[in-house]
Write a protein that binds this ligand. Structure first.
Ligand code: PAF
Length: 326
């Protein structure tokens, strides 16, 4: 075997002055929220575990706070290989893998343990595997918590209180159908436009979990918080399929381990904020009401017509099997 001593000597000199001998592969990791959000802490954990597992093979560059654009744009970037990884809500995922929309059905899950069990179980994992067919690779389901309504018009106790309310929804047909059925005036909008639209009064309100409401400080632009828990909000750790296909088995295993630990961190953050978030937002001056079981049932009743559509799209059998999953 011929050894090129000149090249070896040059590599040794680079290592000696602090350069790695081999180039690291850059992973651009984009997400919509700040470094101190549930996405931010999960992204840091992902980086920490990946680097611990693989040494200097990768370099993770974070793009928090929609630094690479809205969630749909970032996912499209993954498909064409200009972005390697993201943490996203289920907002636009159904546009890529339609089956994902089943988890966006309101009043589907009884609580966080139920949702986590379904996503980590065969139904969730089957849907996760479908991302390989559309230029993406789903590493793991994460979560944001249950979504609640904030607005500047009035406190919300009954479906009549949302009548005509200009509420921003994610670009998600399942959510849109529910708010339509309630009698609100839903406006689908990409997240980067939401704060300025609230400030300018283009929309009255929005809906998001406590993890988002607290970390984004939505109290600065919203007066009322109604703890409605109308829908669970899954998230996903996604990588680009062209990027994934270029990895060897050891690197893939390291990515999977990093994603699993990132999800544990994300869920831990959500658990904390679900306990403390309402008090935090009251202290910051929001007027808060928590829907009683009867009030919640009235909202559930108000979206019966939307449910007929969900059964048609996803099949009642699948919806029921999620509701009854143990
Ligand atoms: O409302 C949304 O669009 C999402 O929940 C957000 C805030 C971008 C986090 O993924």
């Amino acid at each position: 075997m011929m050894i090129n001593y000149r090249t070896l000597a040059a590599a040794g000199a680079l290592v000696a002055i602090g350069f790695p001998a081999f180039a690291e592969t850059e992973i651009k990791l984009g997400y919509a929220l700040a470094p101190d959000s549930h996405y931010g802490v999960a992204a840091l954990k992902f980086e920490e575990v990946l680097l611990a597992e693989t040494g200097d093979q990768f370099k993770v560059t974070h793009f928090p706070s929609s630094g690479l654009g809205g969630e749909r744009e970032v996912i499209e970037g993954l498909q064409i290989g200009t972005v390697e990884a993201t943490i996203v809500s289920s907002g636009t995922l159904a546009n890529f893998v339609p089956e994902t929309g089943v988890f966006d059905i309101p009043f589907l899950f009884s609580g966080l343990p139920h949702a986590r069990a379904v996503l980590d179980g065969p139904i969730g994992q089957d849907i996760l595997a479908k991302f390989d067919g559309v230029g993406l690779h789903g590493l793991a389901w994460g979560e944001q918590g249950f979504r609640h309504i904030t607005n500047n018009r009035n406190a919300i106790h009954t479906p009549a209180d949302v009548e005509g309310l200009k509420i921003r929804t994610m670009e998600n047909p399942v959510h849109l159908a529910a708010f339509d059925a309630m009698g609100a005036a839903p406006t689908p909008m990409a997240w980067p436009e939401v704060i300025s639209s609230l400030q300018q009064g283009v929309i009255d309100g929005q809906e998001n979990p406590l993890s988002v409401i607290v970390s984004v400080k939505l109290n600065e632009v919203q007066k009322y918080l109604t703890v409605s828990g109308h829908v669970y909000s899954p998230a996903m750790l996604l990588v680009s399929k062209p990027f994934w296909d270029g990895l060897d088995d050891t690197q893939k295993a390291a990515m999977e381990k990093a994603a699993t630990e990132a999800v544990v961190t994300m869920r831990g953050y959500v658990d904390n904020v679900e306990t403390s978030g309402v008090e935090t937002l009251k202290e910051r001056g929001m007027e808060v009401n928590i829907l009683s079981a009867e009030e919640k049932a009235a909202f559930q009743g108000s979206i019966k017509s939307a449910y007929e559509g969900y059964y048609e799209t996803y099949g009642q059998e699948l919806v029921d099997s999620i509701v009854n999953f143990e």
